[in-house]
Design a binder for this molecule. Structure first.
Ligand SMILES: [Zn+2]
Ligand SMILES: [Zn+2]
Length: 343
């Protein structure tokens, strides 16, 4: 599947990605690298080249990134190494030790990167596949009234698509997203939200499972992987709905889907960044499963759910706003039968 952002091979089916995962960030016998203090400036503007195997220790990669950013005037040479930015690894997974990075395995999220330095980083640092300007927002947070597009970061060069590997009790999920447009979650050995979903999905429960603010599809796909026969995933933000549909395809073998149809392209969806009436984005069908992805207002999702009883999960960005959460729950319960829970 070609990447809809850069046209290159950023996207892999889950079995292929998982098969190579254990060796992906491991060194070869010849790999070396310095451990650098991230809270200080490096001693000088120097870095080791990648090993003959093509990998380089993450601190050397950051020494290279830092050198470019100092040369371009993004950072003073007195800035600590960590000022260059945050590494978003592709694929992001739970790591037991600091990684050795192959080519195109890092998206840089930086407050100080500029148009010019971003282009140099993608061109000159082989491990960097994309550079994002960190605008100090939560990317993908849509205002609950859907009056404004979500806040997001800005890609300055390259591609910002990356996968994360999320463990579930039924095996790992591979979830792609655009880091500039969607909330970044650091993979953990066990996610409390995944656990909350797993504790409610019981064998024989044939209620429709609804992931009402699905993001890249983590909770809806977890329910499907645990055997829930019918799942609806929904997000008002186009990027989330698109990548949830892509992740349905990426994980189709583990989900037992015989076909996955994509109804709209990323660029078509981007024309309406936030949508109210539900639009079918993708659908997967198998012997035991039917999984649909919509872009729309969760409070209009009853238009496609109908009278079926549901088990719904509501993973809001602003769940600490109790007044708003209560209003959403009461409006939801006026139209939809069944249970809704906040993970
Ligand atoms: Zn790409
Ligand atoms: Zn090596």
């Amino acid at each position: 599947m070609d990447c809809p952002v850069c046209g290159k091979g950023c996207i892999h089916d889950a079995p292929a990605l998982l098969a190579g995962l254990s060796a992906h960030f491991s060194p070869c016998p010849d790999c070396t690298g310095r451990l650098l203090d991230k809270r200080r400036p490096p001693a000088d503007l120097s870095y080791l080249a990648p090993c003959t195997c093509g990998k380089r220790f993450i601190d050397e990669v950051f020494a290279h990134i830092y050198t470019v950013m100092v040369e371009e005037g993004d950072l003073p040479s007195t800035a600590p190494l960590l000022a260059s930015g945050v590494p978003l690894l592709d694929p992001a997974t739970v790591l037991r030790r600091a990684p050795f990075l192959p080519a195109r395995s890092l998206v840089l999220l930086s407050r100080y990167v500029t148009d010019h330095s971003a282009k140099r980083l993608v061109r000159e640092v082989p491990e960097v596949k994309g550079a994002i300007l960190d605008r100090q927002v939560i990317p993908g947070a849509v205002d609950p009234d859907l009056n404004r597009p979500a806040t997001h970061h800005r890609v300055l060069a390259g591609c910002d698509v990356g996968a994360s590997v999320v463990p579930t009790p039924a095996g790992p999920l591979v979830l792609y997203r655009q880091h500039s447009l969607m909330h970044i979650e650091v993979p953990r050995p066990e996610s409390p939200k995944v656990r909350a979903v797993a504790s409610r999905c019981r064998a024989g429960d044939d209620r429709l499972f609804v992931d009402a603010c699905c993001g890249p599809g983590t909770l809806g796909l977890t329910a499907a992987l645990l055997g829930t026969p019918a799942v609806v995933m929904n997000d008002a933000w186009y990027a989330a709905a698109y990548w949830a549909g892509c992740n349905l395809r990426v994980n189709r073998m583990a989900l037992g889907l015989s076909s996955v149809s994509s109804e709209v392209t990323l660029s078509e969806l981007a024309e309406t960044p936030v949508r109210r009436d539900p639009l079918l984005v993708a659908e997967g069908v198998g012997d035991r499963h039917q999984i649909s992805v919509y872009q729309g207002d969760l409070l209009r999702l009853h238009q496609v759910i109908g009278p079926r009883p549901v088990l719904a999960v509501l993973d809001l960005f602003q769940k600490e706003d109790l007044h708003q959460t209560r209003r959403i729950l009461s409006e939801w319960n006026a139209h939809v039968r069944g249970e809704i829970f906040i993970p």
